[in-house]
Design a protein around this ligand. Sequence first.
Ligand code: ZN
Length: 329
Amino acid sequence: MIDLVEKKFVVAVDLGGTWIRVVLSEEYGHFIGRINEKVDVSSSKAICRQIVRLARYLCKKHHVDVTNLRGIGIASAGPMVQKEGLLINPTNLPFDRVALTKPVAEELDIPTFLINDCAGAALGEKMFGAAKGLDNYVYVTIGTGIGCGAIVNGTLLLGKDGNGHEVGHFTIDYQGRLMCGCGKWGHWEAYCSGKNIPNFVRMRLKEIDEKIVEESRLMKEVKGDISSLDAVDLFAAAKERDRLSLQLVNEIGVLNAIGFANVINAYDPSLITVGGTVTLKNKKMILPPIRKHVKDYAVNRIPKITATPLGEDVGIYGAIAAVLRYIQE
Ligand SMILES: [Zn+2]
């Protein structure tokens, strides 16, 4: 029998739509080395080859024998069949099916585990971050998309295939003015995710007095062309105290507050930490309106809502946490 006690290292993979980030870590979360690359989308099998290559590269560079890895954790957006280590019609990769854990485990002869990136982040926050010791805790990401991971009464909620709590597709606007990437109308993510904030802004600009729009800093940010507008432009103009942009940021905050209230009503957490690039790059713009308005929509006692202290590495910590959790099962 292999003596797992001797094996002190973990390779953690954060697989995104554009970037793959791989970290070699000591098992209790001390990073030894890291590397980021663009995801190799030349074929669905290329992603596994990339993971194997980067894991070997980091081990060699830092003088860790691959056989001394306890496991490899892969955190990815879904949908997935977690137990089979498969992504099925993933939203951010151009394949119907991506087999991840089996090819990596076979090639390296190391136990390999897959976890939804948001569920993993919740687990990572509990093991390494702000949720240590908490039994009721939720992680919410506001990035390209919106999602969450929830620990309720000490149990990480996953669902039958590991795709639980797709909160980005909670309906927050019953009039459904904007269509979501999933094809349905009125979903939270259709208004407030980094990818869709521009749609919300363009919709609102058509409803606002033309003169106010024309004279705004926001229009200067995009040189008068709202078709080129992205979320970064809105927050940049808001940071310059542009009144129109601040108004729109606050409106996004109210919509986020409705989403957070739904999360609080569903899971009753004592803490919510928030990550994702939209949040982490604009903490002072995103979090205060949520804290201010969430009480208007939530029935449960309002928990502390704060940015994750794990920052952009929360997914990596999630992948490490998944290895530590599943290796013991
Ligand atoms: Zn949707």
